[in-house]
Write a protein of this length. Structure first.
Lengths: 424, 450
């Protein structure tokens, strides 16, 4: 260390020792390990370790979210201008969608949501880490990205901030931090927003920028989502095609619309072995099954066109996956390893019920025609129960093996005498 | 009769520096050491005072709970040091070797007419008993137990470990004698496994149940094979012996002399000429390390393979059960943006911008860096991909951490040893010490129930 010019690496190394044992150490380490993977070595046990750490795992999920975020920034503007000027005829992606005007709306509306979500959430994380003296954990890196993508675009920033504080503290930190929580923190934040500010969070105004401000005025615009139309049995007034739904040129929560990009993200997560394909596949199957059941009810003529459930029940079963937050929830939120089922077999049940219940709530909930976040939160609660029964299967198999086994006695208990195990 | 075992789940860790199959005689070591940590759970009672002379094969101490279980000196010489730790617990013994080796001799045991008790007594007094380990608990076998079977794995899958096929060449006689003796100790079978394509010396032995094993690591671990062949139930015991230790047992039975000679693989990317050395248990590692030469100035010597061995130094000593010494670079350096940049030079079980899946046969030069910080368990489903037993690894680890004895038992802690969790520890993104957790769980269970 004789040369005067210290590299960044050495400076930080010296600082790390300076902070060791001090209160602010977790905060410093969070920045340090963000820049540099630490110089920690193994002790005994496995002397070499695989390349992945938790940061890499979380980072992979974020990478899968980036295309969705970019799309949502353009879509924010596209929906805004389309609501004012009407949807363009002869729609072309380059001319009407990927424009600077659209992106600017994204910058002034979507980016602040991202900044507030990360800023407030990480602040809470840092405070807890410093108070409790543990490292700042990576869980919020993903949560912070998910949150702005699952809220309506006109969510006031202060509301978001309050919800994030609630979600991080009650949803995660009180349980002990990342890895210990029972409910998905991002969905806890979404649920808080929904139940704390129900009049704001539902209805047909918050989904498109400025729709709220202009409401009631002469230049009012509509921001109704597809599910909103369906819930009111107004499918006929809807001007979106199936291809719009698939590519995502529809109103909705900020990042939930581009089913195609979500599909790509899901495939990337499966390929990189970060998220569970079992959960994704079974959730898709679950939602298709429920959708088919409802379609069947309509086909049988059990409910009439005047029924308030008719719009959503008659909606083609597979199109449920294209609208609302179902695809987004399945790919990015149901697969959360901490709050989901942890056994391979359990993941099948867990995913299936998420899909199944999502569509069920979607159809039968009159106040708010979306059920994905409630379904996932519900299954978060049941995931340990599912795992329990799966693991009991393994335990029972072991017990059965034991019943059929003959245990040899210890030498002192007499030679060659076989004892039958009591099966208590 | 041969039964084939095919293991699908697992991960081969291909490392640079596998030992070349030539054997050199190592320089004689001046000082030999017995490390008491090798004998987990044994409380030693010394038989020899510091400064006294011992012969090779003469008892140094015995097991406090089992007075006839002797632990013998590998060489003849003077007991120069009894190294003690906290509460005067003995950590290691050092013996300054004589120039002229004097060997304590027992009368050879004729195995065929001998009874079970005679075999046991012979192995106990001659110092060969500690080579026999038991499951549950992964400790030296309790001579009072009757194991339902004995397992010997001659299939090597651990990274850079000594190839059983190679080191056992020409040892038929000793192996057969040892197998005959072990066969007396169990009413069940003696299961021996070899690689599916191997022409191992082990496969020609009689009195065994031969299994041909194929698949990635941990297919070669005896625990994996027990789980496939005849899993352990609560209350049952199986014994395991590593094949090179069989040779020592066999020679003892045939000649009456304890011969601690071993062929040891010196391997790892920091060794200039990785190859095999003939040396003795307890020999100083530097006696052969520097004949091969080391490249990196900052390296770690591991007594054993890189997944399960213990940290050592050049002036450390070859462990009682080890036939591999690995030397790999220390990884105590920072890596700028190591968590998000694409990684080509490290092994990974995922494809999260890690590219080891593209070249499954490439050999890697891994160092001892943890590649990340210790975290709570987060990711699920990763361990199951490299853990071939019918056991839920994550749940078992958690049961051990919260010390829930019932659950540990129900989830199958009886069937595992720490080494079975080496691979899950390797792939763990939370960098949890799996083997330590399992070891502590086993110790707790042994204390409370065993």
């Amino acid at each position: 260390m004789s040369d005067k010019k210290l590299t960044l690496k050495k400076r930080l190394h010296i600082l790390k020792h300076h902070f060791r044992g001090k209160k602010m150490a977790p905060a410093f380490n969070a920045f340090h390990t963000f820049l540099f993977t630490p110089d920690e070595t193994t002790h005994n046990g496995s002397h070499v370790r695989a390349a992945d750490d938790l940061k890499r795992t979380m980072n992979t999920v974020i990478m899968a979210l980036v295309p969705v975020l970019l799309f949502s920034m353009f879509n924010a503007g596209y929906q805004h201008y389309s609501a004012i000027n009407g949807f363009p005829e002869n729609f072309s992606v380059i001319e009407h969608f990927l424009t600077w005007d659209n992106f600017w709306i994204g910058i002034i509306k979507v980016l602040p949501l991202v900044v507030v979500s990360y800023g407030v959430g990480l602040l809470v994380e840092f405070i807890f880490a410093v108070i409790k003296g543990h490292e700042v954990e990576e869980g919020y890196l993903v949560t912070g990205m998910l949150v702005p993508l699952i809220v309506p675009i006109d969510t006031p920033l202060w509301m978001l901030a309050v919800a994030v504080v609630f979600g991080v503290v009650i949803g995660k930190e009180v349980f002990g931090g990342t890895g210990m929580n029972i409910l998905n923190p991002a969905l806890t934040i979404r649920a808080f927003l929904f139940f704390a500010y129900p009049t704001w969070m539902s209805g047909d105004k918050v989904w498109v920028y400025e729709a709220v401000e202009r409401a009631g005025g002469p230049d009012a615009i509509s921001g109704e989502t597809i599910l909103g139309y369906l819930a009111q049995n107004k499918a006929a007034e809807m001007s979106y095609s199936v291809s719009d739904m698939f590519w995502g040129f529809i109103p909705g929560s900020v990042g939930e619309t581009p089913t195609f990009l979500i599909l790509l993200g899901g495939l990337f997560l499966i390929f990189s072995k970060i998220a569970s394909w079992r959960i994704m596949l079974s959730a898709v199957i679950g939602s298709l099954v429920m959708g088919l059941i409802f379609n069947g009810v309509v086909d049988q003529g059990w409910i009439g066109e005047t029924s308030k459930f008719y719009g959503l029940m008659s909606f083609d079963f597979w199109q449920h996956l294209l609208v609302g937050g179902l695809a987004f929830g399945i790919v990015y939120m149901a697969t959360d390893p901490v709050t989901g089922a942890q056994t391979d077999k359990g993941k099948w049940y867990y995913g299936f019920f998420i899909g199944f219940i999502s569509v069920l709530i979607r159809v039968f909930n009159p106040a708010y025609p979306e059920g994905v976040f409630l379904a996932i939160l519900l299954m978060n609660v049941f995931a340990p129960t599912i795992d329990h029964y799966v693991i009991q299967g393994n335990v029972k198999r072991r017990m059965k093996r034991l019943k059929n086994a003959t245990i040899l006695p210890k030498d002192s208990e007499g030679e060659e005498k076989e004892l039958q195990v009591e099966t208590a | 009769m041969s039964k084939d075992i095919r293991i699908k789940k697992g991960l081969n860790i291909n490392l640079v520096g596998a030992a070349e199959q030539t054997t050199t005689k190592a320089v004689l070591s001046n000082v030999y050491a017995i490390n008491l940590n090798d004998f987990h759970g044994i409380t030693p009672k010394m038989l020899v005072k510091q400064g006294a002379e011992v012969k090779a094969g003469e008892p140094l101490f015995y097991n406090k709970n089992r007075e006839d279980m002797m632990f013998v000196s590998p060489v003849s010489g003077e007991l120069v040091e009894i190294n003690r730790g906290a509460r005067r617990r003995i950590l290691s013994l050092k013996i300054l070797a004589d120039k002229e080796q004097a060997v304590a001799s027992h009368s050879p045991l004729k195995v065929d007419p001998a009874t079970k008790d005679e075999v046991k007594a012979f192995l106990l007094k001659s110092g060969a008993w500690p080579f026999i380990k038991q499951r549950p608990y992964d400790i030296i076998a309790n001579p009072d137990d009757t194991p339902k079977a004995i397992f010997i794995s001659g299939y090597t899958t651990a990274p850079l470990a000594a190839e059983s096929d190679y080191v056992l060449q020409g040892k038929e006689e000793e192996l057969q004698a040892a197998i005959n003796a072990l066969g007396k100790l169990t009413p069940g079978k003696v299961h021996v496994s070899v690689g599916s394509a191997s022409s191992s010396t082990l496969s020609v032995l009689s009195g065994i149940e031969l299994h041909k094993v194929s698949g990635p690591h941990p297919a070669g671990l005896v625990g994996t094979q027990i789980n496939r062949i005849d899993p352990i139930n609560k209350g049952e015991t199986v014994w395991t012996v590593s094949p090179q230790d069989l040779v020592i047992i066999g020679e003892l039975l045939l000649t009456g002399k304890f011969n601690p000679e071993r062929i040891v693989a010196l391997s790892g990317s920091c060794v200039k000429a990785p190859k095999y050395y003939k040396t003795k248990i307890g020999a100083e590692i530097s006696t052969f390390l520097y004949s091969s030469g080391v490249t990196d100035d900052k390296f770690r010597v591991v007594n054993g393979d890189v997944l399960t061995g213990s940290k050592s130094k050049p002036d450390g000593h070859l462990g009682f059960y080890n036939n591999t010494v690995s030397v790999i670079p220390e990884g105590d350096d920072y890596d700028l943006f190591g968590w998000n940049k694409p990684i080509f030079n490290k092994i990974s079980a995922t494809r999260a911008l890690t590219f080891s899946w593209m070249q499954p046969n490439k050999k890697y030069d891994l160092n001892t860096n943890t590649n990340g910080e210790h975290r709570a368990f987060v990711v699920t489903g990763m361990y199951e991909k490299v853990f071939p037993m019918d056991i839920y690894p994550l749940q078992l680890l958690k049961a051990c951490m919260v010390q829930d004895l019932d659950e540990m038992e129900q989830l199958g802690l009886y069937e595992v040893a720490p080494e079975d969790f080496a691979l899950t520890e390797f792939v763990c993104v939370s960098k949890q010490p799996h083997q330590q957790i399992i070891r502590e769980g086993l110790d707790l269970l042994y204390k409370e129930i065993g």
